[in-house]
Design a protein around this ligand. Structure first.
Ligand code: 5GP
Length: 199
């Protein structure tokens, strides 16, 4: 028996502070067939982040040039900065059979769903807006202004959750990781990407 060799495009969205980054790390640890797509961004690097590992950090001019070259699968303005997913890199990885994780905002998520209807889209929710605020403040990576912007954007972003194939509540991390693994495991057997030959 042989598998269809095309990889899974996993689209993860959810408000800033809902724990997408931690879920991604846990998914990759448990299932190394998933590779993380490194986005381009015009926002400044945060302490602890590594260029070309967390993001490709670009100037506005460089970002404009990539738009001009049609290099993005999708791009969007999020919390006052621009973020984009590189098209060629993503397509090549999927063609090689790799499972690619996109951690992108709902504008980007919905654009990717249009271009890749077979993608597996998951919206991650915090248990409440109160918990979200606590997590954002505990993380202490953003200015007060950015925290307030991200909290007000969170209320708008969750309105898109019904557009996603799955919703996941990240309350207890271990449970959320298990739910994520259950979804990805089942989706590997979806006939859009798994169509075994039988003799
Ligand atoms: P952060 O600045 O906290 O790393 O990310 C802010 C938001 O931008 C998150 O919601 C994240 O999912 C989103 N984001 C990161 N990369 C991309 C991308 O390539 N495209 C889009 N549309 N959103 C992105």
């Amino acid at each position: 028996m042989r598998e269809n060799s095309r990889g899974m495009l996993l689209v993860l969205s959810g408000p800033s502070g809902c724990g997408k980054g931690t879920l991604v790390r846990n998914l990759q640890e448990a299932d190394p067939t998933f590779v993380f797509s490194i986005s381009c961004t015009t926002r400044a690097i945060r302490p602890g982040e590594i260029p070309d590992v967390h993001y490709h950090y670009l100037t506005d001019e460089r970002f404009d040039a990539l738009i001009e070259q049609d290099a993005f699968l999708e791009y969007a303005s999020v919390h006052g900065f621009r973020y984009g997913t590189l098209k060629q890199e993503t397509e090549e990885r999927l063609a090689r059979g790799e499972n690619v994780i996109l951690d992108i905002d709902p504008q980007g998520g919905m654009n990717v769903m249009k271009k890749h209807p077979d993608c597996v889209s998951i919206f991650v929710l915090p248990p409440s807006f109160e918990v979200l605020e606590q997590r954002l403040r505990k993380r202490a990576t953003e200015s007060e202004e950015q925290v307030l912007l991200r909290l007000s954007n969170a209320r708008k972003e969750v309105l898109c959750r019904g557009q996603y194939r799955y919703n996941l509540i990240n309350d207890a991390l271990e449970d959320a990781v298990q739910d994520l693994l259950a979804i990805t495991r089942a989706e590997k057997h979806n006939t859009v990407r798994f169509f075994p030959e039988i003799n």
